[in-house]
Ligand binder design. Structure first.
Ligand code: NAP
Length: 271
């Protein structure tokens, strides 16, 4: 059955998701996006042929309503939309940080709501999103969310809302860990005599290639690592150096700090 999807807020994240859906064959007539100003709406209508409106209530008539405004705008948007949600659409929020309890308070505890935690690679169709559903969400509605977020990457459901903090540590914030590693490698490549553009190109391709190889291999990542580490060779010298510096403890501490901050922020935003 072809359900309709309304996006509230037509910024980067909405453009990525709805653009991914249209590219995957979802009929643009099924999609409507609303935004408080028109330029982004005109661009999306031109590029993808979707319906647009400057009235959020038009987009809220859909079967799936995606809330994609900044977290600080969310309360006003939700309180304004609440009277228009009598048809009980599935609500999907992609806003960072705000706990489910806030949406239930603003929209009504009888609404089916999914909290989605996407990451920035969603903007290039390579995202990793964690999903948490409240008790009102049906299996059919869950499959719709998977179809939607699957258009911009991989998805994973968590059974407890608190696990969203772990999703943030593993995926939401994690692009920055890999960017940091890339920065360090580019800097060192340059220090070793390569020009910066070459160090950058080789680093980025190696990162993308390693991720693709790991995703397609039928062995775990530690085995892939061992396969690059010929005994007495160059790679093992680098890996031994990382292990002597206790890279696993470094990563564990960083991810714990990240998840703790996510929990703190959810508490602050929940009050
Ligand atoms: N970008 C990411 O990679 C990413 C990752 C994870 C989560 N998120 C979440 O995704 C959400 C959207 O982020 P974004 O990066 O797409 O932000 P964005 O590009 O700034 O988009 C937000 C859009 O909301 C519109 N807007 C603001 N108030 C509105 C209102 N009252 N009614 C209708 N539209 C309104 C803005 O319109 P104007 O153009 O008029 O300002 C803007 O187009 C945020 O909650 C963020 O936490 C984003």
């Amino acid at each position: 059955m072809s359900y309709r999807i309304g996006f509230i807020g037509a910024g980067n994240m909405s453009a990525a998701i709805l653009g991914g859906m249209v590219k995957q064959g979802v009929a643009p007539e099924r999609i409507i996006a609303s935004n408080r100003s028109t330029p982004k709406l005109e661009a999306l209508a031109d590029e993808y042929g979707i319906h647009t409106s400057t009235d959020n209530h038009q987009a809220a008539k859909a079967d799936v309503v995606v809330l994609s405004v900044k977290p600080q705008m969310m309360k006003d948007v939700c309180l304004d939309l609440a009277p228009s949600l009598g048809h009980k659409p599935l609500i999907v929020t992609v806003a960072a940080g705000l706990p489910m309890s806030r949406y239930e308070q603003w929209l009504g505890a009888d609404q089916a709501i999914v909290r989605c935690m996407p990451n920035t690679p969603s903007l290039v169709g390579k995202g990793a999103s964690g999903l948490f559903a409240n008790a009102r969400v049906s299996d059919l509605q869950k499959s719709r969310v998977e179809e939607m977020m699957g258009a911009v990457g991989v998805t994973a459901w968590v059974a407890e809302e608190s696990l969203i903090d772990a999703v943030i540590a593993v995926a939401g914030s994690a692009p920055a860990y890999f960017f940091l590693m890339m920065e360090a490698m580019i800097d060192q490549g340059e220090a070793m005599g390569l020009d910066r553009a070459t160090a950058r190109a080789l680093t980025l391709q190696t990162a993308a290639g390693a991720a693709e190889l790991a995703a397609s291999a039928d062995v775990p990542v530690d085995e892939l690592r061992r396969r690059v580490m010929s005994p007495g060779g160059t790679t093992e010298q680098a890996v031994f150096s990382f292990e002597r510096d206790d890279i696993r403890a470094i990563v564990s501490r960083a991810m714990t700090c990240c998840a703790n901050r996510a929990a703190e922020m959810a508490k602050e935003m929940g009050n």
